[in-house]
Design a protein around this ligand. Structure first.
Ligand SMILES: C[S@@+](CC[C@H](N)C(=O)[O-])C[C@H]1O[C@@H](n2cnc3c(N)ncnc32)[C@H](O)[C@@H]1O
Length: 454
């Protein structure tokens, strides 16, 4: 079947399934009290992972769907870092001293907008309050255009070992329309500096579906990035156009956005270029060198998916710190106050409380469906009956999914192999659509608004 026919059926709006239930199910019935109780309930000795969010950038990219704004005042950035330190203390007080930590992830925005002495102070607090393991993964997102000279050596000294850099596309016309002008030389220089500082792993983000992007241009970008920058990992995102949520995206030339069939072709060309350059495909949108932990975990069936995307982190609890940060517990998820000013106010006016204001409790059914969806998103195959049996569900628990699965098989996206659902390479770009078959909360396109699946 030609791609355009498949796209008619699978082009609808879809969550990214970085969690289940997804953030679309969060509401104010869950908040600080749950975050407090769930932190206190983490059994002693159980490792947790930390995510620290910094919602500042030096310049806004028009395509950006993240929670960030331009704050130039170094004092305000330093004041935000003090709030992170305060929140870390509140978290540690509830978890108990010396909690093991194997993954620390800084995201944004651009965390290197924190003044160097603030970054140092936050990391020293992390080390003081938690037992960060010797071989812990400590990762950070960078903007290659705005990385001060003294920052890479600082990151090396603070134990960072992984950096993630935004590139998106190298075509000057795409960069100009997207409000992100960044030369290959700037990015090369950034990669050289972070490697020289001892960070052993570099990830590069690419996007397809940006204004004026073409199939050839997207393929050339992927090939050049692979051959010149030689990152250990790449993330290849489809541009999520959500101008009703991110007003800045309304400034993009909408008429120049490639249609779904073109986006699918761009994605395919990037995929071809990266595989030819020796990368293995991981899940929906990641690539890694065959000996990278991400590829090894994908092959072993131990890959995980969390709010940051794909990870090898098995920790059952992820604690998000900072404005808008999300925490994940076995019992459910909580999200901090999204806007910086209100986050600061919550921290200052409620010194005994956590700044969580929304979230969701997981039911037993959510846990079962969440596991099935996570395995599909990570392994591209799942045995829903076997997982159901482990959760004590009846053998008919997913009977309602069969018509959609059979249609997906007719369309060549899955193979139904006895009890196992296997996603084909043709189905990989439609992984979110296939996962949505098991999502009890998903409402059809137009009712709840997500970005287009492709
Ligand atoms: C949280 S951003 C941080 C980027 C980093 N601060 C920088 O400037 O390079 C991480 C990545 O999200 C991706 N991203 C942001 N907005 C997006 C959107 N609307 N659709 C798809 N991907 C997006 C980009 O690839 C970006 O590099």
């Amino acid at each position: 079947m030609p791609p355009s026919d498949v796209l008619v059926r699978y082009g609808g709006n879809m969550p990214r399934y970085t969690s289940y239930p997804t953030a679309a199910q969060f509401d104010a019935s869950v908040g600080a009290a749950e975050a407090d109780a769930w932190l206190r309930a983490v059994p002693a000795g159980t490792p947790v992972s930390l995510y620290l969010h910094v919602p500042f950038c030096d310049m806004l990219c028009l395509f950006c769907g993240c929670n960030s704004s331009v704050v130039r005042d170094a004092d305000l950035r330093a004041a935000y870092a003090r709030l992170l330190i305060d929140e870390l203390h509140r978290v540690a007080a509830r978890l108990g001293a010396g909690r093991p930590v194997r993954h620390v992830q800084w995201g944004g925005g651009t965390p290197t907008t924190l003044p160097p002495e603030s970054m140092r102070a936050v990391m020293e607090t992390v080390h003081r309050l938690f037992a960060v393991e010797a071989d812990a993964e400590i990762a950070i997102e960078l903007d290659p255009r705005f990385l001060p000279d003294d920052y890479p050596p600082l990151l090396g000294a603070l134990g960072f070992n992984r950096a993630s850099l935004g590139v998106q596309d190298l075509d000057p016309a795409v960069q100009a329309a997207s409000g992100r002008v960044q030369s290959l030389e700037q990015t090369e220089d950034c990669v050289r500096r972070v490697r020289a500082a001892g960070l052993r792993s570099v990830n590069v983000d690419l996007i397809y579906g940006l204004p004026y992007q073409t199939v050839d241009g997207a393929g050339d970008t992927a090939l050049t990035v692979a051959e010149v920058l030689r990152p250990e990992r790449l993330a290849v995102f489809g541009y999520a156009h959500v101008p009703w949520k991110q007003k800045r995206q309304a400034l993009l030339p909408e008429a120049a956005l490639p249609p779904p069939v073109e986006r699918l072709a761009q994605r395919a060309r990037i995929d071809e270029a990266l595989r030819l350059s020796g990368y293995g495909a991981v899940g929906l949108d990641h690539y890694a060198r065959p000996d990278d932990a991400l590829c090894l975990a994908a092959a072993a069936g131990t890959l995980r998916r969390n709010f940051q995307g794909y990870t090898v982190d098995p920790a059952p609890v992820l604690v998000g710190v900072g404005a808008s940060a999300i925490s994940n517990f076995p019992q459910g998820m909580t999200q901090n106050v999204p806007a910086n000013a209100f986050y600061a106010r919550a921290m200052e006016t409620m010194p005994d409380s956590l700044p969580a204001v929304r979230g969701v409790c997981r039911t037993g059914d959510d846990r079962l469906r969440g596991e099935v969806i996570e395995r599909l998103m990570c392994d591209l195959q799942v045995d829903p009956a076997a997982i159901g049996a482990r959760h004590g569900a009846s053998t008919t628990w997913f009977d309602g999914a069969w018509p959609a699965l059979r249609q997906a098989e007719k369309d060549g996206l899955v193979v139904l192999d006895g009890p196992v659902v296997r996603v084909t390479e043709k189905g990989r770009p439609f992984l979110r659509n296939i996962a949505s078959v098991f999502d009890a909360h998903h409402v059809p396109a137009g009712v709840k608004r997500h970005a287009g699946a492709l």
